[in-house]
Write a protein that binds this ligand. Structure first.
Ligand SMILES: CC(=O)N[C@H]1[C@@H](OP(=O)(O)OP(=O)(O)OC[C@H]2O[C@@H](n3ccc(=O)[nH]c3=O)[C@H](O)[C@@H]2O)O[C@H](CO)[C@@H](O)[C@@H]1O
Ligand SMILES: C=C(OP(=O)(O)O)C(=O)O
Length: 427
């Protein structure tokens, strides 16, 4: 497996253009199945999860091309409704196929999805939503068969505002008969992007971005062209990396309004952030201050996907900070690795108490999941000496060649590519 080698201790400085959002592209690619013909998506990064979604769409009979930042999906010859178990297991987002395939064919067989080990990640809210639309669900082992003679709109209350369940239900309901109302829906920006995409296909969806989404079913949808929103988590990761290394960077093609909670926390920590249209400038040439308490929660609160990265910034801040993770019960695994780099963090249940230290020290550490991996990269950039981050396939799920992006900001970071299983590496 590849690894990243980082020579730390250099403040980041420079300019980067932000990639399109993984969490917006993946459901949208699945939703392209709802129409017959050629969908064109712009601003699509090259990520491992996107490669997996391409493989799934091809398996279902689509022709898919990813050239530059454009993906072209031709669904004309798509006919299969079964997603192979091996592909389902490669990422959590494979579950996005369930809603569109059920709506398109009236039947689908999928499996329990895979993904990073950050918690139990059940899919009961997805399944309850599809059942409310009239689907029968047969679960045997890992296999899930969903079928319906027809889907009929319904009032659906989510007992938790699950992002994926909101999206799956939206994608199934667009072709259902009558009106569906989702209450306590997730409000993440990626859901608004999905609404824009579905409406560009001819769907009638309203309310994404609020906790009530209304979908009036239509008979058919047509392919469309769509530009994916900027990745708020990549933007946030770089903003935090600038702060942790006491650097000053400029990020272009961002959507600052999607990052209000992060900007608020960083300003509380004494970091200067300037917003100018779609540009964010971060200037952090002094040590940041501790932040009393950060609680991860559904949007617009502080995102769980930036929790690990923020912990690195606070591990270097002046004073004691507290972070409570309320979304995923297994998302504090980076703490052990950060401790190996000299961080002073104590965990009690889902809460981390972080006593800032003046510096971290390079070490060989292991990415346990996507954002934990990003956090370790930030720690390596800020640390004194050399850091090696292993198991970086997790990072490649969500960051397009992270080493190139950080090199643009002056970081000394190199990818060593595994040549064979017996640990021989090439640059
Ligand atoms: C591809 C994508 O968009 N991924 C994001 C999405 O994941 P994802 O859509 O999986 O996250 P959810 O909002 O569904 O999950 C949040 C919580 O609800 C629980 N839950 C969820 C569904 C369900 O049927 N039953 C259930 O109990 C999960 O275990 C978790 O504890 O939102 C998360 C929360 O913002 C982000 O961290 C992920 O980056
Ligand atoms: C947890 C994440 O993604 P996924 O839901 O695809 O596992 C993430 O993007 O941080």
């Amino acid at each position: 497996m590849d690894r990243l080698v980082i020579e730390g201790g250099k403040p980041l400085s420079g300019t980067v253009i932000i990639q399109g959002a993984k969490n917006a592209v993946l459901p949208i690619m699945a939703a392209s199945l709802l129409a017959e013909g050629t969908t064109v998506l712009e601003n699509v990064p090259h990520l491992l999860d996107i490669e997996v979604m391409i493989s799934i769409l091809r398996e279902l009979g689509c022709r898919v091309e990813h050239k530059g930042s454009t993906i072209i999906i031709d669904t004309k010859h798509a006919s299969a409704s079964h997603v192979p178990e091996g592909l389902m297991k490669r990422m959590r987002s494979s579950i996005f196929l369930m809603g569109p395939l059920l709506a398109k064919y009236g039947r689908t067989q999928v499996y329990q999805p895979g993904g990073c080990a950050i918690g139990e990640r059940k899919i009961d809210i997805h399944l309850d939503g599809l059942k409310a639309l009239g689907a029968s669900i047969e679960e045997t082992g890992n296999s899930i068969i969903c079928s319906a003679e027809k889907l009929v709109g319904a009032d659906i209350y989510l007992h938790f505002p699950s992002v994926g369940a909101t999206e799956n239900i939206m994608m199934a309901a667009v072709l259902a008969e009558g009106r569906t109302t989702i209450t306590n829906a997730a409000r993440e920006p990626e859901i608004q992007d999905l609404q824009h995409f579905l409406n560009a296909m001819g769907a009638k969806v309203l309310g994404a971005g609020t906790d009530t989404i209304t979908i009036d079913g239509v008979k058919s949808l047509k392919p469309c062209e769509h530009r994916v929103i900027p990745d708020r988590i990549v933007t946030g990761t770089l903003m935090i990396a600038a702060a942790a290394t006491r650097g000053h960077i400029t990020l272009h093609k961002t959507q600052p309004s999607h990052l209000s909670s992060l900007i608020h926390v960083m300003r509380r920590a004494g970091i200067q952030i300037q917003v100018d249209g779609d540009i964010i400038r971060v200037d952090s040439r002094v040590r940041s201050k501790a932040v009393e308490k950060i609680v991860t929660a559904p949007y617009p609160a502080f995102p769980t996907d930036l929790q690990s990265q923020m912990m690195v910034m606070l591990a270097l801040a002046d004073g004691v900070s507290v972070i409570k993770e309320t979304i995923f019960e297994g998302r504090l695994k980076h703490v052990d690795e950060l401790s190996r780099m000299g961080a002073d963090i104590r965990v009690d249940m889902n809460t981390a108490y972080i006593r800032g230290v003046p510096r971290l020290y390079g070490a060989t550490v292991e990415a346990t999941d996507l954002r934990a991996g990003a956090a370790l990269v930030i720690a390596g950039l800020a640390a004194q000496g050399k850091t090696v981050v292993e198991r970086i396939h997790h990072i490649d799920r969500g960051y397009e060649r992270i080493e190139d992006m950080l090199s643009l900001l002056g970081a000394k970071i190199t990818r060593l590519t595994a040549l064979s299983k017996n640990e021989s590496y090439a640059q």
